[in-house]
Design a protein around this ligand. Structure first.
Ligand SMILES: C[S@@+](CC[C@H](N)C(=O)[O-])C[C@H]1O[C@@H](n2cnc3c(N)ncnc32)[C@H](O)[C@@H]1O
Length: 214
């Protein structure tokens, strides 16, 4: 756990824009964001895509709910995080049981291709740090990878856009308002649930969207 926190903090300092947080998600946030995955059907295999797994704070919950026959793909931009994830798949018992059907892809989501859609797409991307066009693009990729009945779960830090809109520069205000508009449109059309998670640094929301909600 110490190794995870140290790696995360180092990457936070070196790559703030893509790392987006000072510490890995808490286990409370990991539970919230995996809410629908944890209720998975037991009579058929599932496909899971995790985007931006970092040091594996959420992955650590995901692997405990996978079984033989499932497929688990992880897409992580940062090579140091990907190395740590591969080590965890090699050494930690709960991860080892999922290793045979899991793969860490070191690339940005925007370049990731898959041969079939996923039942669960779980994302930890720090969208509020990204340019507006990238946020729009990333949502397109989320939905492109989601099966017709699939669930997209992602988290965001509470009230970050409100704070940055009030305290940021004029250009930051415009960026935050545009991101707010993209995200609230998706939530209006597709959201099935939002969980409030207070025990996390900083407190977060887990948003759950279904393609077929519209
Ligand atoms: C806020 S951290 C979340 C880490 C982890 N899921 C957690 O909850 O502790 C964001 C992660 O997204 C990764 N990331 C950022 N942009 C990405 C992209 N375009 N494609 C894939 N991963 C990306 C970062 O390298 C980082 O690991």
């Amino acid at each position: 756990m110490l190794r995870e926190h140290l790696t995360f903090f180092r990457e936070f300092r070196q790559r703030f824009e893509t790392t987006g947080a000072i510490a890995p998600s808490s286990r409370f946030l990991a539970r919230a964001i995996t809410r629908y995955l944890r209720q998975r059907p037991t009579d058929k295999p599932i496909r899971v895509l995790e985007i931006g797994p970092g040091t594996g704070a959420v992955t650590n919950t995901i692997v405990r709910h996978l079984r033989e026959g499932d497929r688990f793909d992880l897409v992580e931009l940062n090579e140091s995080f990907a190395d740590l994830l591969r080590q965890r798949f090699a050494t930690e018992p709960a991860w080892q049981s999922a290793a045979a059907f899991s793969e860490v892809h070191v690339q940005p989501l925007q370049e990731f291709q898959s041969d079939a859609p996923y039942d669960f797409v779980i994302s930890g991307l720090p969208l509020n740090n990204f340019p507006v066009d990238l946020v729009r693009d990333i949502f397109e990729h989320y939905f492109r990878h989601l099966s017709a009945d699939g669930v997209l779960s992602y988290f965001e830090y509470q009230f970050v856009r409100t704070l940055r809109t009030r305290m940021g520069s004029a250009s930051e205000r415009v960026r935050m308002q545009a991101i707010e508009s993209i995200m609230s449109d998706h939530c209006r059309d597709h959201r099935i649930r939002r969980d409030w998670v207070f025990v996390n640094l900083p407190p977060a929301w887990a948003q759950h969207l279904r393609r077929s909600q519209k």
